[in-house]
Design a protein around this ligand. Structure first.
Ligand code: B12
Length: 259
C-alpha cells in the first residue's frame, strides 16, 4: 500500500523544509527548459551541467525533445541541495475585509452617493481577455458574479489590445474611479513595460492626487511590485471578483478619508 506524504518535519531544524518526491524530505524536483542546441549527446550533457549548477544533485535527464533543428527541450528530475526556510518567506496579507456584493454596494453608495465607474482593458498587443472578463463580466469566476453584477458599479470593458492613449482618453471621458488592466503575456517583460507605460500616462494626464485607482492583474506579476509598476494594486492567479470589489471599496474609502 502506498502511504500519503507526511507533513514536513520542520521543527527540529527551525522552520526548514525540502521538496517531496518518493520519500519525505528527499528534495526531488522536476524542471524543464530549452537550450539553443540541436538534440545530441553534447546538448544532453549541457542540460545536466545546468541542472547541477542549479543545485540538483544527482540530476537525471528524463526527457529530451528536439524543437526544430537548432533547439532542444529538456525535463530534468533530481534532488535539490537547497533548503527552504519558512521564516524567510514574506507573504503580502490582504489588509481589508472581504465583502459580499450587497455590502460592497451599500459601502459604495454611502461613500460616493453615485455609481463607482470602472474602466477595464487588456493593453498592448495582449489579446488574453479571459482573465479581465472573469473579473468584469456578469458571469464572473469561481462561483462569484463579476463586477457588472454589482448594482453600484458601472463597468466599461474595452476588451483586447487597447492602446494606452485610448485607455486614458476613455477613462477621462467616463470619469473613471478605477482603471483595471490585464496583462497575461510576459514575453520580453511585456507586462512590465506596458504597465509602467500605462501608469506613467495616467500620471501625466491627470492632476496629482486625482489619478484613478490603477489596478493591474495577470498570472505572472511579482507580489509587492506595485511601486515599481506605478500602480495601486496587483492581483494575481485565481483572483475573484469579490476580492477586487472589496479592494475598491477599501481604496475609495481611504481616498475619501484623505479629502
Ligand atoms: C486561452 C489562451 C489563449 C487564447 C486567448 C483567448 C482570449 N480571448 O483570452 C488565444 C488562443 C487567443 C491565445 C493566444 C496567444 N497566446 Co495564449 N494562452 C491561453 C491559455 C491557454 C489560457 C489563458 C487563460 O484564459 N487563463 C484563464 C484566466 C481566467 O486566467 P488569468 O488570465 O490568469 O486571469 C486570472 C488572474 O490572473 C487575474 N487577472 C487577470 N487579469 C486581470 C486583470 C485585473 C484587473 C484583475 C483584478 C485580475 C486579473 O484574475 C483572473 C481570474 O482569477 C494560456 C495558458 C494557461 N494555461 O494559462 C496561454 C498563454 C497565456 N498564451 C501564451 C502565448 C505565447 C500566446 C500567443 C503569443 C501564442 C502565439 N504564438 O500566437 C498568442 C498571443 C495572442 C495575443 N496577441 O495576446 C503563453 C504566454 C507565455 C508568456 N509567458 O508570455 C501562455 C502562458 C501559454 C504558454 N504556456 O506558452 N492564448
Amino acid at each position: 500500500m502506498t502511504s500519503a506524504p507526511q507533513a514536513p518535519q520542520a521543527s527540529s531544524q527551525g522552520n526548514v523544509i525540502r521538496p517531496y518526491g518518493d520519500t519525505t524530505g528527499d528534495g526531488m524536483v522536476q524542471m524543464s527548459f530549452t537550450l539553443p542546441l540541436p538534440h545530441d549527446k553534447l546538448a544532453e550533457g549541457a542540460a545536466l551541467q545546468l541542472a547541477r549548477k542549479m543545485g540538483l544533485d544527482p540530476a537525471m535527464l528524463v526527457h529530451a525533445k528536439p524543437m526544430g533543428p537548432d533547439f532542444t527541450f529538456f525535463v530534468v528530475y533530481g534532488s535539490t541541495t537547497h533548503l527552504v526556510n519558512l521564516d524567510d518567506v514574506h507573504v503580502v496579507e490582504r489588509e481589508y475585509p472581504l465583502l459580499s456584493a450587497k455590502d460592497a454596494n451599500l459601502a459604495i453608495r454611502k461613500q460616493l452617493r453615485r455609481k463607482l465607474v470602472v474602466v477595464g482593458a487588456c493593453i498592448g498587443t495582449d489579446a488574453h481577455t479571459v482573465g479581465i472578463d472573469a473579473i468584469l463580466n456578469i458571469k464572473g469566476f469561481a462561483g462569484e458574479k463579476g463586477l457588472e453584477y454589482y448594482r453600484e458599479i458601472r463597468v466599461v470593458n474595452l476588451g483586447a489590445q487597447v492602446l494606452v492613449p485610448d485607455l486614458v482618453a476613455r477613462a477621462r471621458a467616463e470619469k473613471a474611479d478605477a482603471v483595471l488592466v490585464s496583462q497575461v503575456v510576459t514575453q520580453k517583460d511585456a507586462h512590465i513595460h506596458n504597465t509602467t507605460q500605462m501608469s506613467a500616462a495616467f500620471r501625466e494626464a491627470y492632476p496629482a492626487g486625482q489619478v484613478p485607482v490603477l489596478i493591474v492583474g495577470g498570472p505572472r506579476f511579482e507580489d509587492g511590485s506595485e511601486s515599481t509598476l506605478g500602480v495601486d494594486r496587483i492581483f494575481g492567479r485565481g483572483t475573484t471578483p469579490g476580492e477586487v470589489a472589496s479592494y475598491l471599496v477599501h481604496e475609495i474609502g481611504l481616498r475619501k478619508g484623505k479629502k
